[in-house]
Write a protein that binds this ligand. Structure first.
Ligand code: NOJ
Length: 546
């Protein structure tokens, strides 16, 4: 075993800096027992697709599993009733151990999804906490008396709509829930809670997981007095109810950064582990989650602004992209690594989001070169590499409780489409959500050099091979309106220009004189084309040139 390797053969150190992470929604990846719900054995069975060490597989470095813990599934696993076990729909601890081993055997890292802001109301901690006003665990959650008129203690709104407080008849107090009433918020100002949640991290790291995606990290520490939030002056009735008030005292409250540093210290007890935070806010706030000059905060903090900003979907627009990337580049402390995603289980799929003119699949191709070209540890949502689309879910099959916009989040959570068979290769049973268009599947794209899957595989391979792409600096280049052009460069390696055209017309861009060639383009006929001094970026297309 080389120095720098763990017993499992996985290299330790800052692996996450050059990694590409693939998000798997476990219910929807692969069902191995015919119940229509994906499971851990299914994921094991499909690991060769993720990375088998050859160019036939996707070639990502790590997977993040959306929550796998026991849960009443009111919010599909983000309501955890036991942080140290596996939901029976997905398997058991032995299956998780096998998955960890099978990942490591292939050099794939495994990240679990840790939801520290709230538990399920069925978690034994909450059951004990709600039992009486003097329960030893009363203070593990937020309990407050009603106002004199019986109203909730403050004006905070649940992200899923309605007040963030529910009265508990037995003890006559309200408890706080930033999401569903079945997801009570844990009190991170109580050191016992902090200790218990840190121990959850240790439990999984002892078992060998490589890190965590941390759910709504910015909410875990609130203003100590829980004052009213300011009224949102821009609120309009067409907006989700949650936007009635600003989240001034409930999100990114300054004390949260101490909690983040504490989490980092726990991760540092185990070499080679990492955490990525689900955080919301402008670039300077994202930057703070890294912990300042000492970088003693998170390893990575998501910047979702290419996906959604201020609660609305982001445009497919080069100037907007340039603004997002340059704001983060200039805000991050030295040595901090950006982190972008263009899709996840909470947002409409990219191919549908940018499809107002029926050209969403073309934009999906350019998205591959943007996501994998920009300086970042990119997160790719399962099925994005196939151009999977949002699926219309009949009313009687809707599952997601968060219905405040676009019919909830079921449309982007439908099963992975492996082939064109009745069960799409996903299940032998009735899938928990309906399938999408049959023609979008792995088998149809696997051997087609012009497919989106081939483009992703080739982009991932080139990104692995080119130090400038997986480790280089990013410099923004002046370019005509409608294009976003930047250069990636690592010392001693060839520089690579990445160009994205978000308009429906081809656009000429100027490049440095000297012989270069197209390494990869959305129009595969351009691959290998010699380039000197200028290049025409195809309509809605993108290219890497070096
Ligand atoms: C963010 C998660 O991504 C989302 O799916 C979930 O509903 C909320 N946090 C609450 O845990």
């Amino acid at each position: 075993m080389d120095a720098g390797e763990t017993g499992s053969g996985v290299e330790i150190g800052d692996w996450w800096r050059r990694a590409v992470v693939y998000q798997i929604y476990p219910r929807s990846f692969q069902d191995s027992n015919g119940d229509g719900i994906g499971d851990l054995q299914g994921i094991i069975d499909r690991l060769d697709y993720v990375n088998d060490g050859t160019d036939r597989s996707l070639g990502v470095d790590a997977i993040w599993l959306s929550p796998t813990f026991p849960s009443p599934m009111k919010d599909f696993g983000y309501d955890v009733s036991d942080y140290c076990d596996v939901h029976p729909d997905f398997g058991d601890l032995a299956a998780m151990d096998r998955l960890i081993d099978e990942c490591h055997r292939r050099g794939i890292r495994l990240l679990l999804d840790w939801a520290p802001n709230h538990s399920s109301d069925q978690h034994p901690w909450f059951i004990e906490s709600r039992a009486s006003r003097d329960s030893p665990r009363r203070d593990w959650y937020y309990w407050r008396d009603p106002k004199p008129d019986g109203a909730p203690p403050n004006n905070w709104r649940s992200v899923f709509g309605g007040p963030a407080w529910t009265i508990d008849a037995r003890t006559g107090q309200y408890y706080l829930h930033s999401f569903l009433k079945e997801q009570p918020d844990l009190n991170w100002r109580n050191p016992e809670v902090v200790q218990a949640m840190h121990d959850v991290l240790r439990f999984w790291m002892e078992r060998g997981v490589d890190g965590f995606r941390i759910d709504v990290l910015g909410m875990i520490v609130k203003h100590p007095d829980l004052p009213d939030n300011p009224i949102n002056p821009d609120y309009e009735p067409s907006m989700p109810d949650t936007h009635k008030v600003l989240d001034h005292h409930s999100l990114n409250y300054p004390d949260v950064f101490d909690a983040v540093a504490g989490i980092r210290r726990v991760l540092d007890e185990y070499p080679g582990r990492m955490a990525v935070g689900e955080v919301f806010g402008p670039a300077d706030v994202i930057a703070r989650y890294h912990g300042g000059e000492a970088l003693d905060g998170l390893h990575l903090a998501f910047n979702f602004q290419l996906l959604v900003h201020d609660g609305v979907q982001s445009p497919w627009d080069s100037e907007f992209m340039r603004g997002v990337v340059s704001a983060l580049e200039s805000s991050l402390p030295d040595g901090a690594q950006p982190c972008y995603a263009l899709g996840n289980h909470d947002q409409p799929r990219l191919a549908s989001r940018h499809n107002h003119d029926g050209r969403g699949q073309e934009r999906s191709r350019a998205a591959a070169l943007l996501l994998l070209g920009v300086r970042s540890t990119p997160f790719l949502y399962y099925g994005e590499e196939l151009g999977m689309v949002d699926v219309d879910i009949p009313e009687d099959r809707l599952q997601d409780p968060a219905r405040f916009y676009h019919h909830g989040r079921d449309p982007e959570r439908t099963p992975m489409q492996w082939d064109a068979s009745a069960g799409r290769g996903f299940t032998e049973g009735e899938p928990w959500l309906p399938f999408g268009p049959v023609e979008i599947n792995v088998a149809a794209q696997q051997d087609d050099p012009g497919s989106l899957l081939s483009l992703y595989r080739d982009a991932l391979r080139i990104r692995r091979d080119e130090p400038s792409l997986h480790a280089g600096e990013l410099r923004d280049i002046d370019s005509p309106t409608g294009t976003f052009v930047f250069v990636r460069h690592a010392a001693g390696a060839r520089a690579i220009h990445c160009a994205i055209n978000t308009t429906v017309e081809p656009i000429d861009i100027a490049l440095p004189e000297g012989a270069m060639s197209v390494l990869l383009a959305t129009d595969r006929a351009l691959d290998g084309l010699p380039v000197t001094g200028s290049f025409t970026v195809p309509a809605l297309g993108a290219a890497w040139i070096g």
